[in-house]
Design a binder for this molecule. Structure first.
Ligand SMILES: Cc1cc2nc3c(=O)[nH]c(=O)nc-3n(C[C@H](O)[C@H](O)[C@H](O)COP(=O)(O)OP(=O)(O)OC[C@H]3O[C@@H](n4cnc5c(N)ncnc54)[C@H](O)[C@@H]3O)c2cc1C
Ligand code: FES
Length: 283
């Protein structure tokens, strides 16, 4: 989406609900007056606590769900409390204001694949609900492979099942589903006779592992990065990642190691991502 005119709305919304789902996970609904520019699945919102300088900067969150009722828009975010902003956000109440700017980033590419395998780790399921909303009603089959530390960390599973997504859980402690790494499930659900697209979001080691499997199976693979950000607008260059940036297919990754002749460059996660072709990232 970089290089083209982007429509971004900045403003202040009102928290409608901020509900605790598990020990560290919350579902926040933000009511925004009027409409937002069209949001693609995988795009994100920057949220900032108003009238404060600590934390000073906003933080990025995947847009989990969005709905409009004519004169207002309701934006839904699911977040895990990990630090200053998210812990303070968890203390916010219905009626509190919250600054936002959105939609940001590129979102997932359109696909005609027959089987869409979404691989999520930790809080990485969040960008996939809108993607499933878009594709579950087509003739594509949607599978969510969702790995968390334990069953208490698995959030939103029913939202996916209600859309007809086939959900497979994996937990580190064996409290639900497969006991082990979520990426082990890719080869179990993959059907070679179906054109398949892999999409991943979660911690970087999990993304790398999913990419290695996709490459072994010769499958297209997009990953959504959770890189830390400052502006979210492409201005500060605080979110760059190394990419193989040539235009030709020779530049896509056949190994994980960079080679001297490769065309390596930097890309801003907030502008050129957060979704990247996994074959073009420097792992
Ligand atoms: C495009 C995008 C979408 C995201 N979507 C969601 C979402 O839907 N739900 C959600 O809960 N989180 C999401 N995140 C991550 C979220 O932005 C961070 O958790 C948040 O910025 C943490 O802010 P904080 O002030 O609470 O923590 P900080 O005080 O900034 O950090 C606390 C600790 O967490 C670590 N940390 C912070 N951010 C990250 C990160 N991105 N990856 C790994 N470690 C980190 C820090 O190194 C530090 O140790 C997303 C990130 C991106 C880039
Ligand atoms: S966060 Fe500022 S350029 Fe990406």
């Amino acid at each position: 989406m970089s290089g083209t005119q982007r429509q971004i709305r900045h403003g202040s919304g009102i928290i409608e609900n901020n509900v605790q789902l598990t020990e560290q996970t919350f579902r926040l609904t933000l009511t925004i007056e009027g409409t937002l520019p069209t949001i693609n699945a995988g795009q994100f919102v920057m949220l900032r606590l108003p009238n404060r300088t600590d934390p000073l900067l906003g933080r990025p969150f995947a847009i989990y769900r969005v709905s409009e009722n004519g004169w207002e828009t309701v934006l839904e975010v699911i977040y895990l409390t990990v630090g200053k902003m998210t812990e303070r956000l968890a203390e916010c109440r219905s009626g509190d204001p919250l600054d936002f700017w959105t939609p940001l980033g590129n979102g997932f590419s359109p696909t005609k694949a027959k089987h869409l395998i979404m691989v999520a780790g930790g809080i990485g399921q969040t960008p996939f609900l809108m993607f499933a909303e878009k594709y579950c009603h087509t003739d594509s089959r949607c599978t969510l492979l969702y790995g968390t530390r334990n069953i208490d960390r698995a959030v939103g599973v029913e939202d996916f099942r209600n859309l007809g997504v086939d959900v497979h859980l994996a937990t580190d402690d064996g409290s639900a589903g497969y006991h082990g790494s979520v990426t082990d499930l890719i080869s179990k659900v993959y059907q070679p006779e179906e054109s398949t697209q892999i999409l991943c979001c979660g911690p970087r080691p999990m993304l790398h592992s999913a990419f290695r499997i996709a490459r072994q199976l010769h499958l297209p693979c997009e990953v959504s990065l959770e890189t830390s950000m400052s502006c979210g607008l492409g201005i500060c260059f605080g979110c760059v990642v190394q990419c193989r940036c040539g235009k030709d297919d020779e530049n896509v990754s056949k190994t994980d190691n960079k080679t001297d002749h490769e065309n390596i460059d930097y890309r801003r996660t907030c502008l050129d991502g957060p979704v990247f072709d996994a074959y073009r990232l420097c792992w």
